[in-house]
Ligand binder design. Structure first.
Ligand SMILES: [Zn+2]
Length: 233
């Protein structure tokens, strides 16, 4: 028997729909898992529930004290992860909003002195209501060559440095739990940038990417990341 709806909901809310072990946002693919399996007498109550992502769920499911291979997840350890994460969520109630813009990169090509990367940004609506459209702005230092499809671009100054502002927007609704590609990796819609011989040192020292994400009914999500942290050299 699965957990009753009310127990599932409580576990999801207490965990901010994030995995209690790796803390990754799970959206629709988060699982409410039994810490002690039902087959072993585990009850369908909140004390026996833990939210896990698909990967951690698969790993935790492999706990079997009779097969001592690798470092298994024991029920006590799972319970400790869960309690630690729940108390973190309780003291950081605003976190689901700010953490759900995922910024990463993809390698396009890499030679000894020219690296090309694509920026990829995804957003998950963690609210209980839909957004009516959204707008995203990405800022890349002007000395970093960028190639883009389908973005509006202009030059702006931030803290005395020149950046290229790239803007994209959509009027499509984003439903609760839905994940959208804000800066996708598509043939005609992408954001590609170059790290080469002449900008390498500058990128390593101070280059950063800045972003702002606007929706109709949530606070603006703002953030930045050093470019050096974003890629592998
Ligand atoms: Zn996980």
């Amino acid at each position: 028997m699965p957990f009753p709806r009310v127990v599932r909901d409580e576990a999801l809310v207490k965990s901010h729909r994030r995995c209690c072990v790796c803390h990754e946002f799970g959206g629709r693919s988060v699982n409410v898992h039994h810490i002690v399996q039902e087959a072993d007498g585990g009850p369908n109550v909140i004390e026996n529930a833990i939210c896990l992502c698909l990967r951690c769920h698969a790993e935790a499911g492999h706990f079997n004290p009779r097969h001592p291979m690798g470092t298994k997840y024991s029920p006590d350890e799972l319970r400790a992860h869960r309690d630690q994460w729940w108390s973190h969520c309780q003291t950081h109630p605003d976190e689901p909003l700010g953490l759900c813009l995922e910024v990463g990169f993809m390698v396009r090509s890499r030679t000894a002195d020219l690296h090309k990367y694509r920026l990829v940004i995804g957003y998950t609506n963690t609210l209980t209501q839909a957004h009516d459209g959204w707008k995203a702005q990405v800022y890349i230092p002007a000395y970093v060559p960028v190639e883009v499809g389908d973005f509006d671009r202009c030059d702006v100054r931030i803290d005395g440095a020149v950046y290229v502002e790239l803007e994209t927007q959509s009027s499509a609704k984003v439903f609760p739990g839905e994940t959208i590609e804000v800066v996708p990796n598509m043939q005609h819609f992408f954001l590609e940038y170059e790290v080469n011989h002449s900008n390498y040192n500058q990128v390593l020292r101070a280059g950063k990417v800045i972003w702002k994400f606007f929706t109709s009914n949530a606070p603006v999500i703002e953030g930045e990341k050093p470019l050096a942290e974003l890629q592998e050299f």
